[in-house]
Design a protein around this ligand. Structure first.
Ligand code: SAH
Length: 215
């Protein structure tokens, strides 16, 4: 694969960032990250011409690269500060991972699909993106070894809130998780104390399902 990023791509990205802004994401740093990350390089060649449409696309193994608006919306909810330790569930293409890295986060990301895990592990360094660790595992378990986290972001539709994710959050930590089966309600959970959580719900989104165990 030739990793080419041209002025034309950059122009298309500026437009994409404007579209995401028009849809309601106002966080300047998040919009800047959308302008920076060469999304076309995360996609299979057959979809490259569509890379800067605000849509999800297949990335192989029956999975998708999330819609840019969705990635921006979830990233905005996290209110990322430089140096935040963030756990992502569902690495997929690595696009959301790259946005979080661009925002200055220290990123751990878990993927259950072996082929995608391998592909993305090889790909991200090629575009100069270095998450702290990519993990092949089951996101329902989180990643205990590095807990607790400032934030956890789930990028697949979860039928319920996995307990392990709550326990791996710092106090005042945030979990952003799309909850539901057919469609998902974007949900922000803030850990107020060891036993107390605050829940805020946002609009409906469409994700591929968070599946059980590894594959
Ligand atoms: N963040 C990705 C979105 C990919 S779609 C991107 O920007 O491209 C969701 C991903 O979650 C898929 O790659 C899927 O394989 C993965 N997934 C589903 N269930 C999982 C689980 N239990 N643990 C870890 N990853 C999971």
């Amino acid at each position: 694969m030739i990793l080419k990023d041209t002025f034309k791509h950059k122009g298309l990205r500026n437009k994409l960032a404007l579209e995401v802004k028009r849809k309601g994401v106002l966080d300047f740093k998040v919009l800047k990250a959308i302008e920076c990350i060469p999304r076309h390089l995360f996609m299979d060649s057959s979809f490259i011409d569509h890379a800067y449409q605000d849509k999800a696309f297949p990335i192989g193994a029956g999975q998708t690269i999330s819609q840019p608006y969705t990635v921006a919306f979830q990233s905005e909810l996290l209110k990322v500060k430089k140096g935040d330790k963030i756990l992502e569930i569902g690495t997929g293409s690595g696009y959301q991972t790259a946005v979080l890295c661009e925002l200055g986060a220290i990123v751990y990301s878990v993927e259950r699909q072996k082929e995608l895990f391998k592909k993305t592990t090889l790909f991200l360094p090629k575009i100069g993106c270095y998450p702290k660790k990519l993990i092949f595992g089951d996101g329902y378990q989180g990643y205990e070894n590095e807990a607790p986290y400032d934030s956890i972001i789930v990028t697949a539709g979860a039928p319920f809130i996995p307990k392990m994710l709550l326990s791996q959050l710092k106090i005042n930590g945030k979990l952003v998780i799309p909850l539901g089966i057919e469609t998902q309600t974007m949900t922000l959970i803030i850990k107020i104390s060891e036993k107390k959580y605050k829940k805020v719900e946002f609009g409906d989104f469409q994700f591929v399902p968070l599946l059980k165990e590894k594959n």
